[in-house]
Structures are given as structure tokens and as C-alpha cells.
Design a protein around this ligand. Structure first.
Ligand code: F3S
Length: 283
């Protein structure tokens, strides 16, 4: 049996940076309270490991001032300006692990909305990244669009100048499709593809591998949106695609009479989990 592991599988630059910043903080600020604002990544194994090193999760629905003063690390998804302010007002120091690609979207949203332009965000309105971006828009001149149907029924004031930005993990083909639908409506739209390269590369490589194998494993956290998108992409190319969190989530019986297996993983999947899944397939 041939096993192909995607080169792009696993931690992306932004997630690796965020995890490294937490690890460094644990060493550098020994004796002080170290918090992550929400779980640092969508991976239970990594989060549990950090907990065992004393890192505490600051709950997003609680007032930062209710926590003992300490260091708060903002995860790679980023947060709104108001959340940053609340954390500081709560007496904490901030280490900002917002991925630079997300920070760039914050800057664009802030600058263009300040000029009175309407912002269209392509993404999931409930995802922390989109909630964070909304928090950098000046005023309420924005809309979030996720589906083809939403794009088709979208109506804006025809005089609005619109800047379109996307969630970093948005599907590239869907981005192109929705931009086309919105552009055909005749609006003055400046569409900026803010999907990060890591996501694009990961999705393209996953699609290519899925098209060549009998069984495809997508490894990722249950709540990881980029892993779920990878699963959707792979499922379209390979009906034998499985979404798993660890090696324990599949039975070797699925590999019976299988010649080619593909493996990819979301941006928050540590390399050891990918290796364990690969080893199990080799049995
Ligand atoms: Fe950043 Fe892209 Fe990863 S936006 S957090 S490098 S998926």
C-alpha cells in the first residue's frame, strides 16, 4: 500500500508562532499567571499539554478583570480592538500572537471603513477570526457572506464603495465564485483575496492527493474550521475520505483492499499526531 502524506499537513506558520510564544512565556514569566484568550489552537492534545504546564484558558465570556493579573496571549485568530482594551483595563499584559496575515485584515478593515467604505467579509460570522475582524471595522457598515445563496440575495446601496475581504481559511474556489456573483450585480467592489497562502497550498495539495487515492484521512480538531474545509474538499474528490482527530478514530478495516492512502491535516494538528496516523496505516 502506498501512503502519501501532504507536505503542507500540520501546523502553519501562524499556529506554530502562537504555540511557540506560549511556550516562551511559560519559561520567561515563571511564577506569573499565564493565560491564553480562549484555547490557543483547536487541538485538545496541545491545549491539555499547555494546561499541564500551568497555562490557564481565559474564558471569552468572562470579564478579564475577574482573573488574577498576569500575561494574556492572544491566539492566532486575533480578537477585536475592544477585547484588547478590556484585557489591558483588567490589568494584564498582552502578548499578541495574532497571525500577521490576520493582523493585515484588521488593518485593511479599519482603514477602509474609516474612509466610509462598506466592508463585505466572506466567511463564517460565528468564527472567532471573523468576530475579531468585525471588531476592527469603524461603524457598522459591513456584511458577512458565507454561501452562494447569501451572495445571490445580497443587496447593497448602489452608491456604496465596497471592499471585500475574506477569512484567511476561506475556500479559494468559493471565494472566486462569490466574488463573481457579487461583481455581476454591478457594485463598485474592490475584492482583496486575503486567504492565506498556507491555506491555499494546503487545500490544493489535499485536493490533488484526494484525487489520486482510495482512502483519504483528514486529521484535525472537531472545531477546526480549516480542517473541516479540507474534509469537504477531499470528500468531493475521494468518497473514502475520513475526518479524524487521532489514530484512534479509525479502524484498520477501512484500509482493506486499498492500494493508495492519502493523509493531510489542518493547521492546528501537531506533527506527532500525523506520524501516529501514518504509522498505523503502515501496519
Ligand atoms: Fe496564519 Fe494562515 Fe495559519 S492566516 S494562522 S498562517 S492558516
Amino acid at each position: 500500500m502506498k501512503i502519501v502524506v501532504a507536505k503542507s499537513a500540520g501546523f502553519c506558520f501562524g499556529v506554530q508562532r502562537a504555540v511557540d510564544l506560549v511556550m516562551n512565556a511559560v519559561e520567561k514569566y515563571e511564577g506569573q499567571k499565564i493565560y491564553t484568550y480562549g484555547p490557543i489552537i483547536h487541538n485538545e492534545t496541545v491545549v491539555e499539554d499547555l494546561k499541564s504546564r500551568g497555562v490557564i484558558i481565559m474564558e471569552e465570556d468572562k470579564d478579564p478583570a475577574d482573573y488574577e493579573k498576569g500575561i494574556v496571549i492572544i491566539r492566532s485568530h486575533g480578537v477585536s480592538r475592544a477585547v484588547m482594551d478590556r484585557i489591558r483595563e483588567g490589568g494584564h499584559e498582552i502578548i499578541d500572537a495574532t497571525c500577521p496575515f490576520v493582523s493585515k485584515i484588521h488593518r485593511l478593515a479599519s482603514e477602509h471603513s474609516a474612509k466610509g467604505e462598506r466592508i463585505i467579509l466572506l466567511g463564517d460570522k460565528d468564527h472567532p477570526e471573523i468576530r475579531g475582524i468585525i471588531g476592527w471595522i469603524n461603524g457598522d457598515g459591513y456584511d458577512v457572506i458565507k454561501t452562494r445563496e447569501e451572495a445571490e440575495s445580497y443587496v447593497a446601496d448602489s452608491t456604496d464603495k465596497i471592499i471585500l475581504l475574506s477569512q484567511t481559511t476561506f475556500n479559494l474556489h468559493k471565494f472566486q465564485e462569490l466574488v463573481e456573483i457579487l461583481t455581476q450585480k454591478g457594485y463598485d467592489i474592490n475584492a482583496l483575496n486575503t486567504i492565506c497562502n498556507a491555506t491555499e497550498e494546503r487545500q490544493e495539495e489535499a485536493a490533488r492527493i484526494a484525487g489520486e487515492v482510495d482512502v483519504m484521512f483528514v486529521i484535525g480538531g472537531r472545531n477546526s474550521s480549516n480542517s473541516q474545509k479540507l474534509y469537504e474538499i477531499c470528500k468531493q474528490r475521494c468518497s473514502g475520505t475520513y475526518f479524524i482527530q487521532t489514530k484512534d478514530d479509525f479502524d484498520l478495516s477501512v484500509l482493506q483492499s486499498v492500494y493508495n492512502v492519502g493523509i493531510t491535516a489542518g493547521a492546528s494538528t501537531p506533527v506527532n499526531i500525523i506520524e501516529e496516523v501514518t504509522k498505523k496505516c503502515q501496519r
